[in-house]
Ligand binder design. Sequence first.
Ligand code: FAD
Ligand code: 8R5
Length: 465
Amino acid sequence: MQADNPRHLTIIGAGLAGALLATLLARRGWQVDVYEKRSDPRRRDLERGRSINLALAERGRHALRQADADDAVMAQAVMMRGRMVHFADGRTDLQRYGRDDSEVIWSVHRGELNQVLLDIAERAGARVHFHHRLDRVDFDQRIAHFGDEREGTERAIGFRTLIGADGAGSALRGAMGREGEFEGRTDFLDHSYKELEIPPGPDGGFRMEANALHIWPRGRYMCIALPNDESTFTVTLFLPNETDPTAGVPGFDTVRSGADARALFDREFPDASRLIPELERDFDSNPTGVLGTLYLDQWHLDERAVLVGDAAHAMVPFHGQGMNCAFEDCVALAEHLDRTPDRAAAFAAFQAERLPNARAIQHMALENYLEMRDRVDDDDYLLQRELEHRLAARHPDRFVPRYAMVTFRHLPYAVALQRGNLQRELLVELTRGHDTLDNLDWQAVDAAVIARLPPLPPDNQATPM
Ligand code: FAD
Ligand code: 8R5
């Protein structure tokens, strides 16, 4: 009986975090059962859903390497070297993310990524049970109740510990809420999103630069596009929910139909509009997605349950770190479970390590919306960015742009946030009153960097916070 086995764990959700965590734990000798409400995505015969892609960065790749999943995932990934900014006048500009092609992000197909991770989890010995939707939990008896959406049947399964990898709408979090302080608070953004598609060109190739994350910044709203390996792009329109007519800012309350959306695109994103033949159909048939940040102060119920990934700390998408952070959680949880035999203590240590870091990336993700939609074409910003690059080259051990700390390094997100604030203050001070970098006193600049930014620890030794 699995509930009696001291090395048994029950994971809820076989999405991105659930499948990776199952692999990491099974390889460390845990006996793992995973329950997923949906059907096995590997069995849906070629009937492919919409192409949804995600940006995979170094934190996510680092976790995938621990599961030997990196090569299989990278086989279908598309490199994104930087932001391709599409200005209102039609000009474009590629702003590189890193120093060279070793500092890039990767666009991966969510469905394929999930399938790779499920294969690897099963190969590692985890058992994955599809069509098991967690409905209720009896924490006293340690019995979880699952429903099967196809058959309308129910099953009761005993457990010792439940790990909630069941996403932003976590049913396990809801069940834990009935036992104590687990409801948390979701701050919904007053902006939502809609996905559209750019198909391949007549020659079967990409219709824009493939190796970039495209951004159309328009001040209070924006559009982005990520490449897919089948030569398409997934375009996401982010708009306020409410129109501001005095400021001329459109919102989903007035952009309601495909025809409204086409008119908006023809006016504001004409270069993109030409590339989206099915814009009206995509807009009308795809759901409008909401965006929010989940603030939860308690992630575990003694030794009986713990939450990871979006279930614990859903965030807005603007730093492209939701999955990357969820993968980092998985590595941390597996390590704490190995290190600390007492499960309640292991979960407490996991939470103590990860909660401050989750808060930090949630905050930076919110900030990055403003940066992407408004700041990328602003003169002050461009001057600060130029200085940032110069300082990063002059002081590589001290000055690492915040985007790079989040995206290309492993140091804790909380450290990236705190160092980023120090660096921003410095950039604002040093560029104040200047239109170019030509008249800067570089001796004073270097002295300020050395005085205010102690060297960062080497990445592999960064101490967990
Ligand atoms: P999920 O991947 O959502 O997995 C949850 C799983 O639990 C699902 O399989 C679900 O079916 C299952 N489940 C739910 N309820 C139950 C239940 N009651 N019983 C059993 N199973 C259940 N992150 C990035 O890092 N980069 C990006 O570029 C990026 N782009 C994104 C684009 C979109 C359109 C969206 C929506 C998100 C994006 N994210 C991105 C965020 C990322 O998808 C999430 O942070 C990540 O998937 C979290 O993983 P998870 O395993 O916690 O949750
Ligand atoms: N998620 C991303 C970035 C940062 C890009 C930059 C931003 C779509 C719903 Cl909005 C967004 C980024 O600063 O130049 N990296 O990866 C992914 C993003 O959105 C994803 C595709 C998305 C949820 C819709």
